[in-house]
Design a protein around this ligand. Structure first.
Ligand SMILES: [Zn+2]
Length: 115
């Protein structure tokens, strides 16, 4: 059990990280909250959400934040550029985003090629 002060201190540490480092920390944490019940697997993931004030197609765009392919980037986290790469998971057919062009879907782990 943690105190509110413990969680506030942890939140302060996380908020000070560049986004690619925050994503790397969450990659290690969120899978611990996965659940399976009634033949369904539920995973806690990070999402990037954008509201578009578009006249043609307004609405909320939700992209799952994909984990950078560390093997592809020599054990590193890929470019430090924010979540500017986008694409779809070829298995889940869900929109994903990442700081890296080579990343893994946070739900199924499939490699995704982002642009
Ligand atoms: Zn997937």
């Amino acid at each position: 059990m943690s105190t509110d002060e413990d969680r506030e201190r942890l939140a302060g540490h996380l908020a000070a990280l560049p986004v690619r480092e925050l994503v790397d920390v969450l990659r290690r944490v969120l899978p611990h909250f996965e659940q399976e019940a009634y033949g369904m697997r539920t995973a806690l993931t990070l999402a990037n959400v954008t509201w578009y004030e578009d006249d043609v197609d307004p609405g909320l765009d939700v992209e799952l934040v994909a984990w950078p392919d560390r093997d592809h980037y020599g054990g590193e986290l890929g470019p430090d550029q924010g979540l500017w790469e986008n694409g779809r998971c070829p298995r889940c057919d869900v929109e994903v985003t990442s700081n890296a062009k080579r990343a893994h879907c946070p739900y199924c782990g499939t490699a995704c090629a982002l642009t």
